[in-house]
Design a protein around this ligand. Structure first.
Ligand code: GLA
Length: 386
């Protein structure tokens, strides 16, 4: 019996009707491009959030987590921006978004268990949204897990839950990764058209490991920095007379930057977004041609651009990246929103222990909290488990 089923029985005194799971993600490259209509390249992780659920006859949602805390109880018609408080808003937001879109969704009892590290920039919130969305889709017969097209609809509703109810102005990358990834592949997601291409991600054939370094530096998207970057990109697009920075082709970057010379903030943000979208294209090409050294270099350029131009890195991320490269990684970068969270490094298998040791010692030297490591594999998206 799984931990989540056990928890459901203990808290709600009944059997769940099923268990659904949805993954966290690591973005290989394409950071802060999703809300600029750009390109991103995430993989889904084997780390998952599990939701055991059972329908209720009234319009009440009850939520409980194996991580502890009180049971959240809320009438679905009371769900609103910022309500309920805490992590329950991600789950409640999904039911709200489904109902707003006209789906017939009623109350649920839901128990949650998760192996996605919280606050590590690995999309624990999208994993939670995906698990609840998957449960609601199956239990209310909505059929939204059927294929990539319906999963695209579900991902958009999960993003709406996060934007409106959890009030985080994020783009759609995380929810798309949770719902649309397939095992062994990264998804190349075009955030303007919504189109996804499945890109084989088989670095072990090249003797490489994608090492995730959870810096344990607190990561939150709610403190205004994320929204502030997004607003700067929107201002830059407006000044340049385009709908979004996606509309500036890499070949026209110099012209665009010339027009922004009077405003260093808009200049640097634009420089990051336009070059980052090009790096996603280059990474896909390098992966397809098996040029993994090139992928490593692209990771590192992405990090420098996020650090210097987009200004979303932090000391812990920079030390992890620099140390990994000095210890033999082909490249490394922060992943996710930044301001803490995790970094990734492309490391020859035999060097993994020495890269980890080097990062441990560098962290000790800087008196940072001890980091955590794991090897990332490209896993599949949300599905029914039991
Ligand atoms: C967070 C957001 C995503 C994306 C990344 C940065 O993870 O949730 O939508 O913007 O930051 O690439």
């Amino acid at each position: 019996m799984s931990a989540v089923t056990d928890h459901f029985r203990t808290v709600f005194g009944e059997e769940p009707e099923g268990v659904w799971e949805s993954p966290g993600r690591v973005n290989l490259i394409g950071e802060h491009t999703d809300y600029n209509d750009g390109l991103v390249l995430p993989i889904a992780l084997p780390q998952r959030t599990y939701a055991a659920a059972r329908r209720r006859a009234d319009g009440i949602l009850r939520l409980s987590s194996t991580a502890g805390g009180d049971v959240t109880e809320i009438a679905l018609h009371d769900v609103a921006p910022g309500v309920p408080e805490g992590w329950g808003r991600y789950a409640a937001g999904v039911l709200w978004a489904l109902r707003e879109a006209g789906y017939l969704v009623g109350g649920l009892d839901v128990a949650i268990d998760s192996t996605v590290p919280i606050g590590a920039g690995l999309s624990s919130s999208a994993a939670l949204e995906g698990a609840v969305a998957a449960a609601a889709s199956d239990l209310f017969g909505l059929g939204l897990l059927a294929d990539d097209e319906t999963r695209t609809t579900l991902a958009a509703l999960c993003q709406k839950a996060e934007n409106v109810i959890a009030q985080a102005p994020t783009g759609g990358m995380d929810q798309s990764a949770s719902l649309r990834c397939t095992a062994g592949h990264a998804i190349l997601l075009d955030c303007r058209s919504g189109h996804v291409s499945q890109i084989p991600f088989e670095i072990e054939r090249h003797g490489l490991v994608l090492l995730v370094i959870d810096t344990r530096a607190e990561h939150t998207l709610g403190d205004g920095q994320y929204g502030n970057r997004r607003a700067a990109c929107e201002r830059a697009a407006k000044e340049l007379g385009v709908a979004s920075l996606r509309d500036i082709p890499y070949s026209h970057l110099a012209d665009a930057l010339h027009k922004l010379e009077h405003d260093p903030e808009l200049f640097t943000r634009t420089q990051h977004v336009v070059t980052e979208i090009q790096r996603v294209r280059d990474t896909v090409e390098a992966l397809e041609q098996g040029e993994l050294a090139e992928v490593g270099l692209l990771f590192t350029s992405s990090h420098l651009s996020l650090r210097d131009d987009f200004d979303v890195s932090c000391e812990e991320l920079d030390v992890a990246v620099d140390t990994a490269i000095a210890a033999g990684a082909l490249g490394a970068r922060m992943t996710g929103g930044g301001f803490g969270g995790s970094a990734i490094a492309l490391v020859p298998e035999r060097l993994v222990p020495s890269v980890e040791m080097a990062i441990y010692s560098a962290y000790e030297h800087h008196k940072f909290t001890k980091p955590l490591f794991f090897r990332a594999a490209a896993a599949g998206g949300a599905r029914r488990t039991e």
